[in-house]
Ligand binder design. Sequence first.
Ligand SMILES: Cc1cc2nc3c(=O)[nH]c(=O)nc-3n(C[C@H](O)[C@H](O)[C@H](O)COP(=O)(O)OP(=O)(O)OC[C@H]3O[C@@H](n4cnc5c(N)ncnc54)[C@H](O)[C@@H]3O)c2cc1C
Length: 425
Amino acid sequence: MPERDAIVVGAGFTGLAAAVELADAGLDVLLLEARDRAGGKVESEFLPDGTRIDTGGQFFCRDMPQLMALIGEQGRAPVMTFSDGETVFRPPVSARQGYERWSEVDALRDRMIATDPDDPELAQLTVSDWVARQDVPADVARSFLRLVKGLWCRSPDEIAFTYLASNDRRITNTHSEMEMFLPGTMHAVVEELAAKLGDRLKLNAAVTRVDHSAGGVEVSTGGERFAAARLILAVPPVMIRRIAFAPVLPARLRRALAAWEAGCAIKVLVSYEKPFWRGLGLSGTVMWQEPQGLYACDASRGDHAGLVVFIGGPLARQWHGRPREELAGFIRSLLVDALGAEGGAFRDIRIRDWVDDPWSGGAYSDVIVDLEARDAEDILNEGLSPVHFASSELSPSYPGYVEGAIVAGRLAAGRVLRALRPAGA
Ligand SMILES: Cc1cc2nc3c(=O)[nH]c(=O)nc-3n(C[C@H](O)[C@H](O)[C@H](O)COP(=O)(O)OP(=O)(O)OC[C@H]3O[C@@H](n4cnc5c(N)ncnc54)[C@H](O)[C@@H]3O)c2cc1C
């Protein structure tokens, strides 16, 4: 007999949401996490002045119901991201030109979302192939590709078009996804979830091997082995590939896992004495057309003034591993160019390089690069009883976001509950 009802591997939002759901339903569950902390792609750091900042997932909006409810249950009050004032475009364009270009890019995004998912003509295209076939001005095409690099964090020459269209169809917010954030950090939400689990969460427990049969699973973490009736692997697809399975997974599952590559992202948090850009009539948002994959916004709250700069896609890959001082100098020159001399007068700069992260693989999420693997998500969501796969990537809503992770975790927990407690049993 398995010693437990369920094991969940990975204490990101997906694994935490799944484990809490199972524990609340009265199941005996164990959550195993490789790192010495919970949260996965959501993590935080303290600045010397005691301010706590999110170095991973941070922003959300009112269109994300599961996360909003969770934040409400925890009694947390979000702050609105400051957005009054002008956006700075680099290279410079007028506000009107910037708005018009943005509207055209949005229209192209809508065109992508409206494509027929079953159109065989689209199945063999990368995102770049599809954009090249659209009758749009060259600068709109370039801006769209820039957006893809910044949001999905890989080259549009690699990303499968049908995947991107399907993914974007599930990102349904009408308010900006950067609408708000938590002054006490998103990571504090994680910590409260983790505390609910108590000693059912085991840190520093990297799973290296899964033995599975119809009767249950045995999971190895170097020194220890744990058995359970059901297993949820709540880790991103690229990280599942690093786990050994006995017997080996069927070919269709191995193909589905091989279809993904991790995004490349670096998050930079720059602190100032005061949010000087507001006095200049600026929102703090900077959109770079060149270099591609760069975006900045105001993340000030209370008495902390700061900007977040995101570096995504090939540019993040290019900066990965280079000396921090060089990257800090690059950011400084960009912010001086965009916001004036004060942009270079940092009080503090924190650089969190997620490229090739040992336990996340990358950020913000994995993306499908195998053009043949159109059913990869369905195959993974189906799983291989008693093994279930779950991660934000596989969510039916907001894949790649914290909201998606909570949804994916709860869905996986539902599958486990239905398997262990069939209706009418
Ligand atoms: C820089 C950055 C900024 C982001 N910004 C936002 C944002 O503003 N808003 C938003 O909604 N989302 C944002 N995201 C995305 C969001 O954080 C993720 O979509 C979400 O947190 C993913 O959760 P997950 O549980 O699916 O995966 P993960 O968070 O990757 O969790 C997987 C867990 O599994 C563990 N693990 C991996 N392998 C093993 C193993 N073999 N054994 C045991 N444990 C293992 C990992 O350590 C990790 O804890 C951002 C992400 C990053 C990195």
